[in-house]
Ligand binder design. Sequence first.
Ligand code: MN
Ligand code: MN
Length: 468
Amino acid sequence: MSEKTQAELLKEELFYSAQHASYTCDDGEIAVADDFCEGYKDFLNSCKTEREAVVYVKELAEKNGYIPFDPKAYYAAGDKVYADIRSKALILCTFGKKSLENGAKIVASHIDSPRLDLKPNPLYEDSQLALFKTHYYGGIKKYQWTATPLALHGVIYRRDGSCVNVCIGEDEGDPQFVVTDLLPHLDKKQANRPLGEAIEGENLNILIGSRPFGKDEGSEMVKLNIMKILNEKYGIVESDFLSAELEAVPAYKASDIGFDRSMIGSYGHDDRVCAYPSVMAEIDTVMPEFTSVTVITDKEETGSDGNTGLHSAFLKHFIADIARTQGLEGRDVLRASECLSADVNAGFDPTYPSVHDKLNAAYLNKGIVVTKYTGSRGKSGTNDASAEFMSKVRTVFDNAAVSWQTGELGKVDEGGGGTVAKYVANLGVEVVDVGVPVLSMHAPFEVVSKLDVYMAYKGFKAFLEQSN
Ligand code: MN
Ligand code: MN
């Protein structure tokens, strides 16, 4: 075995390069990570919408001693509470040993994902086929949503105000749905259009039936037959679609990717791949020094607006409410608080290297990505984490043996994106983006590395449990 040269030793001391997380994992830690990801896959398969994620996490939290937050109650260190934000977002909180005047440690991720929403009046018949009109939600590459099996999730409120939950296309034997596409034999015009214009948004119509009602003559007999089936199954009439939220999502389950099973392919990694580890980290944080606040929010994919998105006041108000239980003002708590905006970043894809700056790209398996800023053009529309806070976060991760790397969302001027970071930062909180690198982000089937998922859990837990 040859000795290291002086240059090699000096390089180790002076240079920065993120390593494959498997090189730095302890013995047995890879198995622990793989095991953690079995729970994550269950979460992915059970929670394809924000509403389902809230139900799942609330149940898990209650099993682990969380109770509904009461703004008029007094809470001691170690007490665990949750606040349900209109069934689409959730805050989990564990009161710390220190007073809230020292701030809270916040981790915020999102549980909405790109999908096809049904329009308010979706059902029609054309050429004896029944279809649903949709309006896509979030940033999608429309061609990826054709010719792929879809399931339908959501709620319908009937005229009498009663609610029916819908989840069809997921169970073995369930019917599924699909957006059809042109055959290559006849797509000459379509194929000559730019990729982004090949499929028009208004053409993302979902095929849902093709048999007429009985043998009666008349128009819209296929639609009538569908409506009859829906009426029998869900007790609804056509106007009830107006008071419904129905979301078409990919019907397949999460699965291991690769002969080595090192990755997971699934719909909705963005951002359940941060939501799940942050929730598990929060639950496993037992008696923290600082109060921990874990937020899983809705509406990130449409810009965080609306009363369940982080651009609204729900987090600010929750902080004010917990502050008041200790006789403090919300703003004093916010000023002293720190937040990890937990969201995915683009993983470097060797098939498409040109969109990244290799030196500042995030790579699968190199751990969680610390993203100083996002935005587009000249850092437009972003939080830009301070050097002071970056310094603190890297120390927290290093001390807890968390694999981490730096990352930027693509080359300068290549495009860009945003997260919830700026909305929390705008409240006066120290914030940095930390998350998992993803391949094929926003596709109906995205890919992440299992080690990175586990490192997210480890990193969030270290952040929530820090003692100064
Ligand atoms: Mn995201
Ligand atoms: Mn996204």
